[in-house]
Design a protein around this ligand. Structure first.
Ligand SMILES: *[C@@H]1O[C@H](CO)[C@@H](O)[C@H](O)[C@H]1NC(C)=O
Length: 210
């Protein structure tokens, strides 16, 4: 009488073992979807799918924002697919700023390796601001989906490493969304309460038209 039960239990165990993958390295030959990429055939996976060397190189900060974000997201680092995490490197020249932005898909934690960074986020309903000057060795959390920013408040270049709990966290820069496209200036003026001269100035800065 116990034998059939034991048989069923052993069957369940063998099925559950069989259905849990060790990993699902991204197969870039197939499209990305809400659940991530399809899995590369295990026989084609190599150790290099789990190693990424791009974060050892300082980003080029010669730009308007005087900052560079170098990502180790799934598109650069296929081994992250399905694992719910990613990293990035933040180089901030003196006066460098990562403009206010959100990651729809992830919370973020920052570790300051070098320099002094002012960082903060804004809560969604009360619009409460949480910001602070971070020093070398400090870490700070930016909860998922909330507007946040970082800028160099020191007089030497700053370096930080961030980690995000999604292989593909997405990023939406507020200024880029508003001023880097062809949404007519009159509409931008209407929906932001800025005056049209300010809108045109920001469009010139961020490369928008209209
Ligand atoms: C950094 O970017 C600037 C502006 O795009 C470019 O002129 C410069 O050559 C780049 N420097 C390096 C080292 O790639």
């Amino acid at each position: 009488m116990y034998l059939p039960i034991l048989f069923v239990i052993s069957l369940l165990f063998s099925y559950s073992h069989g259905s849990v993958l060790d990993f699902c390295v991204a197969d870039f030959s197939l499209p990305d979807g809400p659940a991530g990429y399809s899995c590369k055939k295990p026989a084609k996976v190599t150790v290099n799918d789990f190693v990424y060397s791009g974060l050892g190189i300082a980003g080029n900060t010669s730009s308007l924002i005087k900052a560079a974000v170098t990502s180790a997201f799934v598109d650069q680092f296929p081994g992250l697919n399905g694992l719910g995490l990613s990293m990035a490197r933040l180089d901030l020249a003196v006066d460098g700023v990562v403009p206010i932005h959100t990651h729809r898909g992830a919370s973020e934690i920052i570790f300051v390796v070098e320099g002094t960074i002012c960082a903060g986020f804004i809560s969604s309903s009360a619009n409460t601001v949480y910001f602070k000057t971070l020093h070398k060795g400090d870490v700070m959390i930016f909860p998922q989906g909330l507007l946040h920013f970082q800028f160099n408040i020191g007089n030497i270049p700053a370096l930080a490493i961030v980690s995000l709990n999604s292989p593909n966290p997405g990023v939406d820069f507020t200024d880029v969304a508003l001023f880097a496209n062809n949404l007519p200036s009159a509409v931008v003026e209407k929906v932001t309460f800025l005056d049209v001269a300010q809108v045109k100035k920001l469009k010139a800065v961020f490369g928008g038209t209209g």
